[in-house]
Write a protein that binds this ligand. Structure first.
Ligand SMILES: *[C@@H]1O[C@H](CO)[C@@H](O)[C@H](O)[C@H]1NC(C)=O
Ligand SMILES: *[C@@H]1O[C@H](CO)[C@@H](O)[C@H](O)[C@H]1NC(C)=O
Ligand SMILES: *[C@@H]1O[C@H](CO)[C@@H](O)[C@H](O)[C@H]1NC(C)=O
Ligand SMILES: *[C@@H]1O[C@H](CO)[C@@H](O)[C@H](O)[C@H]1NC(C)=O
Ligand SMILES: *[C@@H]1O[C@H](CO)[C@@H](O)[C@H](O)[C@H]1NC(C)=O
Ligand SMILES: *[C@@H]1O[C@H](CO)[C@@H](O)[C@H](O)[C@H]1NC(C)=O
Length: 246
C-alpha cells in the first residue's frame, strides 16, 4: 500500500513539475511573437465579412482580425513613418463580387478613407483557390497624398473549393515594401460556399506547429500514466503473492 501511494505521489510530483515547467516556459514564447519594437498595438478585433452573389446568396465568407503595417510619408513629422493600424470591424463595410474562377472582397472604412481589396483565384481544373492579389488605397489625415499599394502575384491562403481556409495563428502577408497585412483568427471561403456557412476547414501550417506542443505534453502524460499503471500492476502482483504464501 505504501509502495503504491509512493508511486502515486512521485508521479503527481512529476506531473506538477511538467505543468509548472510548461507554464513558466510558455510566456516567453507568446511574448516573442507579439513583441513589436516600439509601436504598442493590441490584437485587432475579429470581424465577419460577407459578399453576396447575383442571386442574393452569400458567395464569399470571411472572419478575421486585420492589422495593416504601413509605411507612408507623414505631414506632421515631415518624414517616412511606419504605422501599425487595426481595422475596426464595427466601422468596416464589406462588398465585392463572385465569378466562377475569381472572387473579391472589398473592405471600406470611414466612408472610403481605407479601401482594402482581396482577390481570390480558383483553378477550376484542380479546384484549388488562393489569395492572388491585395490592394490598398488609403487617404488618412496625416498622409502626404493618397497611399496606394498593390501586388498581383501573391500566393497566400491556399484552399480547396467547398472548404474554408483557417489560420488561428498570426499570419504576415507581405504585399510590398510599404505594406504588409497581419491576419488573426482567420477563416475564409471564397468558393463553393453552401448555405451561409463555412465548409470543412483546412488548417494552416502555423496552427499545426502550434498543436505540436500540446501533443508532446499529452504524449509525455500518456507515458506517465502507463508507468503508474505498470507500477500498480507489479505492486498488486507482489502483494497478491505475499498473501498467498500465508
Ligand atoms: C446562387 O448562385 C450560385 C452560383 O453563383 C449557386 O451555386 C446557388 O445555388 C444559387 N442559389 C440559389 C438559391 O439560386
Ligand atoms: C511591420 O513591418 C516591418 C518591416 O516592414 C517589420 O520590421 C515590423 O516588425 C512589422 N510590425 C508588425 C507589428 O508586424
Ligand atoms: C522637410 O524635410 C526636408 C528635408 O528632409 C526639408 O528640406 C524641408 O524644409 C522640410 N519641410 C518642412 C515643412 O519642415
Ligand atoms: C467601434 O467600437 C469602438 C469600441 O470597441 C468604439 O470606440 C467606436 O466608437 C465604435 N465605432 C463605431 C463606428 O461604431
Ligand atoms: C490548374 O491546376 C492544374 C493541375 O494542378 C495545373 O496543371 C494548371 O497549370 C493550373 N492552371 C493554372 C491557370 O494555374
Ligand atoms: C509581390 O509579392 C511577391 C510574393 O510575396 C513578392 O515576391 C514580390 O516582390 C512582390 N512585388 C512587389 C512589387 O513588391
Amino acid at each position: 500500500m505504501t509502495q503504491i501511494s509512493g508511486v502515486y505521489s512521485f508521479c503527481a510530483g512529476v506531473m506538477l513539475q511538467l505543468i509548472v515547467g510548461f507554464a513558466t516556459v510558455a510566456p516567453p514564447i507568446t511574448a516573442q511573437t507579439t513583441a513589436a519594437p516600439h509601436l504598442e498595438t493590441s490584437k485587432p478585433l475579429t470581424g465577419t465579412y460577407k459578399v453576396s452573389g447575383s442571386n442574393g446568396t452569400t458567395c464569399l465568407l470571411a472572419s478575421m482580425g486585420l492589422q495593416l503595417n504601413i509605411t507612408f510619408i507623414s505631414v506632421s513629422q515631415n518624414k517616412t513613418v511606419q504605422d501599425v493600424v487595426n481595422l475596426q470591424p464595427n466601422g468596416t463595410q464589406s462588398s465585392g463580387s463572385c465569378f466562377s474562377s475569381n472572387a473579391s472582397l472589398l473592405l471600406t472604412t470611414d466612408g472610403g478613407k481605407t479601401n482594402l481589396t482581396f482577390h481570390f483565384m480558383l483553378n477550376t481544373t484542380s479546384s484549388k483557390y488562393h489569395l492572388s492579389e491585395v490592394s490598398l488605397l488609403a487617404v488618412w489625415p496625416d498622409m502626404k497624398g493618397d497611399f496606394s499599394a498593390s501586388n498581383q502575384s501573391l500566393d497566400y491562403l491556399r484552399g480547396t473549393s467547398g472548404h474554408s481556409y483557417m489560420c488561428r495563428s498570426e499570419q504576415n502577408l507581405y504585399v510590398n515594401s510599404n505594406l504588409s497585412i497581419n491576419t488573426f483568427q482567420l477563416q475564409v471561403q471564397p468558393f463553393g460556399l453552401t448555405g451561409e456557412q463555412f465548409g470543412a476547414a483546412e488548417e494552416c501550417q502555423l496552427d499545426e506547429d502550434d498543436m505540436l506542443i500540446p501533443i508532446i505534453v499529452g504524449a509525455a502524460l500518456a507515458v506517465l500514466v502507463l508507468i503508474v499503471l505498470l507500477a500498480y500492476l507489479i505492486g498488486r502482483k507482489r502483494s497478491h503473492a505475499g498473501y498467498q504464501t500465508i
